[in-house]
Design a protein around this ligand. Sequence first.
Ligand SMILES: *[C@@H]1O[C@H](CO)[C@@H](O)[C@H](O)[C@H]1NC(C)=O
Ligand SMILES: *[C@@H]1O[C@H](CO)[C@@H](O)[C@H](O)[C@H]1NC(C)=O
Ligand SMILES: *[C@@H]1O[C@H](CO)[C@@H](O)[C@H](O)[C@H]1NC(C)=O
Ligand SMILES: *[C@@H]1O[C@H](CO)[C@@H](O)[C@H](O)[C@H]1NC(C)=O
Ligand SMILES: *[C@@H]1O[C@H](CO)[C@@H](O)[C@H](O)[C@H]1NC(C)=O
Ligand SMILES: *[C@@H]1O[C@H](CO)[C@@H](O)[C@H](O)[C@H]1NC(C)=O
Ligand SMILES: *[C@@H]1O[C@H](CO)[C@@H](O)[C@H](O)[C@H]1NC(C)=O
Ligand SMILES: *[C@@H]1O[C@H](CO)[C@@H](O)[C@H](O)[C@H]1NC(C)=O
Ligand SMILES: *[C@@H]1O[C@H](CO)[C@@H](O)[C@H](O)[C@H]1NC(C)=O
Ligand SMILES: *[C@@H]1O[C@H](CO)[C@@H](O)[C@H](O)[C@H]1NC(C)=O
Ligand SMILES: *[C@@H]1O[C@H](CO)[C@@H](O)[C@H](O)[C@H]1NC(C)=O
Ligand SMILES: *[C@@H]1O[C@H](CO)[C@@H](O)[C@H](O)[C@H]1NC(C)=O
Length: 718
Amino acid sequence: MARFLGFITALAATGAFALTPEQLLSTPRRGAADPSPDGTFALFSLSQYSFEKHKSSSSLKKIDLKTGAISDSGWNSSEINEYVWLPGTESGILYINGTGKNPGGVSLWIGDVKTPNTTTKVAELDAPYSGLKVANTSSGDLHFLVNSLAYPNGTAYNEETAVAPRSTARYYSDIYVRHWDTWLTKQRYNVFAGVLSSNGSYSLAGTGLRNLNHGVNFTTTQSETPVQPFGDSSDYEISPDGTLYAFLSKAPQLNKANYTASYIYLGAFAGSEPAVAFNGPETEAFKAGHQGASGQPKFSPDSSKLAYIQQDKDYYESDRWQLYTIDVTEEYGKVATSNWKALSAEFDRWVQGPLNWAHDQNSIYATAEDYARVKVFNFPLSADGEHKALTSNTSVSSYALLPDSSLLVTATAIWTPTEYSIVANGTKNTLFDASTVDLNLAGLSSATVSEIFYNGSDPNLKQQLHAMVVKPTNYVSNKTYPLAFIVHGGPQGSNANTWSNRWNPQTWADQGYIVVAPNPTGSTGFGQYLTDAIQGNWGGTPYTDLVNAWNFVNASMSWIDTKNGICAGASYGGYMTNWIQSNDLGKEFKALVTHDGISQTQAAWGTEELWFIRHDYNGSIWESDVYDKWNPFNHIANWSTPQFVIHNTLDYRLPESDGLGLFNVLQARGIPSRFLNFPDENHWVLKQENSLVWHTEIFNWINHYSKGTPLDDVPIGN
Ligand SMILES: *[C@@H]1O[C@H](CO)[C@@H](O)[C@H](O)[C@H]1NC(C)=O
Ligand SMILES: *[C@@H]1O[C@H](CO)[C@@H](O)[C@H](O)[C@H]1NC(C)=O
Ligand SMILES: *[C@@H]1O[C@H](CO)[C@@H](O)[C@H](O)[C@H]1NC(C)=O
Ligand SMILES: *[C@@H]1O[C@H](CO)[C@@H](O)[C@H](O)[C@H]1NC(C)=O
Ligand SMILES: *[C@@H]1O[C@H](CO)[C@@H](O)[C@H](O)[C@H]1NC(C)=O
Ligand SMILES: *[C@@H]1O[C@H](CO)[C@@H](O)[C@H](O)[C@H]1NC(C)=O
Ligand SMILES: *[C@@H]1O[C@H](CO)[C@@H](O)[C@H](O)[C@H]1NC(C)=O
Ligand SMILES: *[C@@H]1O[C@H](CO)[C@@H](O)[C@H](O)[C@H]1NC(C)=O
Ligand SMILES: *[C@@H]1O[C@H](CO)[C@@H](O)[C@H](O)[C@H]1NC(C)=O
Ligand SMILES: *[C@@H]1O[C@H](CO)[C@@H](O)[C@H](O)[C@H]1NC(C)=O
Ligand SMILES: *[C@@H]1O[C@H](CO)[C@@H](O)[C@H](O)[C@H]1NC(C)=O
Ligand SMILES: *[C@@H]1O[C@H](CO)[C@@H](O)[C@H](O)[C@H]1NC(C)=O
């Protein structure tokens, strides 16, 4: 480490920094620090892409929680798909080995992180299961959960052994035929339960795996866990004593395209009855008006309570998430619930996972976005207990509770992709900060990052609006830099103090811009009023807020050159860039960049997330005039600013025809424009080689129109 620090200090003296796209994309990516049960060390994954070898390498690392010293774990990460800690041990693990005896299957192994060479295979599974969770029971048997795609009859689906259909036809009789980047098939993800019997050594109990979703009644939507496309093993849970399980599944009586509602199902591990939802129709929680999406089921250490989060409205994906607990008991294979309680009704932020119970069960830890940071909060169970923020300036991506009740926090910021720290009694002890170690990140620090506040345009808003401001790493104080105005997606999202591999503010700034990244109406983390106020209002106050932000920069930040500014955004930020092109603010920019953004609001019904468009556009396309009101295509006569358009083929929520239509109009009207498409990327550009092209060509475009650098001739054409 000393050698790297020396190198970085030497660079600092020359001032020769800049985070290039290639450096951004080939910087090591580290996962969450996951502490061993005894709290002495943590494991984390590390992967790194090489533009010389054109491939990634990955490994599993160990960090000492006293000294911060990092070493290799001794485990071959390409043989371990995933692991979980064995409760009750110091550093024992149960893990999934990607190779098994069954073609397309996996195997389960038990080992100890401290002795990588002494591992034992305990089970062969017949499908590519993942998402392992485990509990130790009073008998010494281990109860575990995994998930896999399954046939409607409940049998796990194994692509390698399945009989391939003779035709490629996709055929549907109801709405929701594809989602995100995947077309629906007859298979659904389901949770499976298994027992590793203990008798000297462990082995899979003869009954094999039981499908927990199978048998759950539905009228419209089949039970599916994890909920696709972003669900993972946090969608289900086993109680610490192994007697109960919980999983989340979408509302069985509602259509998946129209609604976001999901419920939490509880069942007895040893029982044979299907699980029952405790917050579905007819329940106390439902009748009290809490009918939206649920998440993050988490049993208390003594297995007597379950914590979870839920939204109220059944088709609003950006409704406030609140924290609840309910008491659970199991008797004769049946689960009973009582004492349902709301814990965050007065907290005007979204409670998010991971949830962790305090060791004494008197409070619950969770995260929440607050003023452009994600913080850890503690929520006491006592009636009117006050929530308290335990972290401050960075954005927490994960955290865990250590045996001594301190927190092991994994966080990011605009200046670092990974920071591991221990937070105890209000003090933070940083164990590791990637930006002080990784050569690609030399020169990054919070010194380039600041924030501004300016007036919003909604007279009912009782607070000022916020924007992040990022200067180049080699910023010189008596020069001016052109403005890079970046509009975030969502629209219910934010420009926050987080690291991103896709829209990395420092990488944009280091092209020689001052990035101003505003949080207008619709943004999250500033209270639900601001988030909700975008409904039916996509081109209204969000646009006038952005005009205010631009005016503020123009009037009071003399070091920002607004005459040569550019504006860019993805998703809703892409829509807004198209709306800016359609309105006066568009004339203030030298170039625009739209990534996967709506250009024709009527075409938004090509999406499968009808809940979203129904909510945000005040109803269905035949009911609401909002589609017409905020449609960039109604203002083509105003378009004049050079525009770069990116639209990916696998973005099923925003079909690529929208980007093509935008590009065709720009071309036909003689407005300088380019079109970039990735046939193998969805809403996001995830592959490093694709991302390098994305960055290179966008920067080529904005640098040409903002600074007069030559435009390359890479595009295919004529
Ligand atoms: C890790 O495992 C993979 C797959 O089994 C194997 O190809 C590779 O050689 C192993 N690497 C090391 C360092 O043992
Ligand atoms: C599981 O619990 C049993 C009973 O409490 C105990 O004897 C055993 O050591 C535990 N196993 C592990 C792996 O902790
Ligand atoms: C994974 O399984 C393969 C095949 O059984 C075996 O050779 C290898 O040693 C296992 N690796 C680990 C880390 O369990
Ligand atoms: C594990 O085995 C490898 C190869 O057999 C050996 O190089 C290594 O020293 C062993 N590690 C331990 C901790 O025994
Ligand atoms: C379930 O359906 C699949 C696919 O048709 C089939 O291969 C499997 O044998 C069936 N399982 C049972 C238990 O009938
Ligand atoms: C446990 O192991 C012993 C010794 O291997 C064997 O005799 C016995 O049948 C096993 N019991 C069960 C329930 O599998
Ligand atoms: C499922 O539906 C069947 C038939 O309507 C009913 O008999 C059964 O009680 C239901 N099961 C559950 C768990 O609700
Ligand atoms: C979905 O919502 C639309 C608009 O409210 C409504 O017309 C339609 O009946 C709903 N469909 C289903 C299956 O719920
Ligand atoms: C926090 O403070 C309490 C009370 O002073 C002390 O008992 C505890 O050990 C401290 N915890 C840590 C992790 O330092
Ligand atoms: C918090 O972050 C800002 C950047 O927004 C930075 O300027 C400031 O120094 C940070 N404060 C602390 C206490 O780290
Ligand atoms: C912002 O709002 C405050 C309070 O309403 C007002 O006093 C101030 O003049 C406004 N600033 C600008 C630049 O409009
Ligand atoms: C800008 O500041 C640097 C030192 O920070 C100084 O060397 C240089 O002369 C200044 N340039 C102008 C134009 O004032």
